[in-house]
Design a protein. Structure first.
Length: 203
């Protein structure tokens, strides 16, 4: 199996951390340079028409794109180390938080970066005002998450899950937006230090 990625990008990192937590190592990683357009070639668009990473290519040539879909594939293969829940309520709770983090934290983080940095200005029109609005949304969500973590060890409760992986990768990527945890967010800081210390976070 192969995973096409750009290692410094947050979505591929989410998959690498997920696989590290599962103890899965027999994967070949193919590094792409997104800024130089390696993902825009006709060959890569055959693997993912949306030209995004990561993409998992199975040994039979079938390709799976979208981070959570890739993680779901490996979750079903390796149920002994669940990161997406066991019981119906656990699965629903983790998916709820996963979606909320993606919509209200991860997505604004990416939009803030793209629209304030001009990193992809050759293929999109950056709108600085939108990027700054996304910055505001990010900071509001971090305050909400801090309050939630006052009474929860992990984002979806007592167990580390894919929701924590997404939040960790989002928090780390916000360095490019010059956004960090402040002194008024001690519970978020406690959570961040704990999940960052996991060996998988270095994947």
């Amino acid at each position: 199996m192969k995973i096409y990625e750009m290692k410094i990008a947050p979505n591929p990192r989410r998959v690498r951390i997920f696989l590290a937590e599962k103890g899965i190592q027999d994967i070949e990683y193919v590094e792409l340079d997104l800024q130089n357009g390696d993902n825009l070639t006709a060959d890569f668009k055959q693997k993912n028409p949306f030209a995004k990473v990561p993409v998992l290519e199975l040994d039979n040539g079938q390709c799976i794109s979208e981070t959570v879909a890739i993680c779901r594939y490996f979750e079903e293969l390796h149920l002994e180390k669940p990161l997406m829940g066991i019981t119906p309520i656990e699965k629903a709770n983790i998916e709820m938080w996963q979606r909320q983090i993606e919509f209200f934290f991860f997505l604004p983080t990416g939009m803030c970066f793209q629209h304030t940095s001009g990193y992809f200005k050759d293929r999109m029109k950056p709108i600085k005002e939108w990027g700054e609005e996304c910055r505001t949304q990010i900071c509001k969500f971090m305050h909400m998450l801090n309050k939630h973590l006052e009474s929860n060890q992990y984002i979806a409760g007592k167990a580390f899950s894919i929701a924590d992986i997404t939040a960790l990768c989002t928090m780390d990527f916000n360095r490019v937006n010059q956004i960090s945890i402040d002194d008024a967010q001690p519970h978020l800081k406690r959570w961040y230090d704990e999940v960052s210390a996991r060996p998988s976070a270095k994947a």
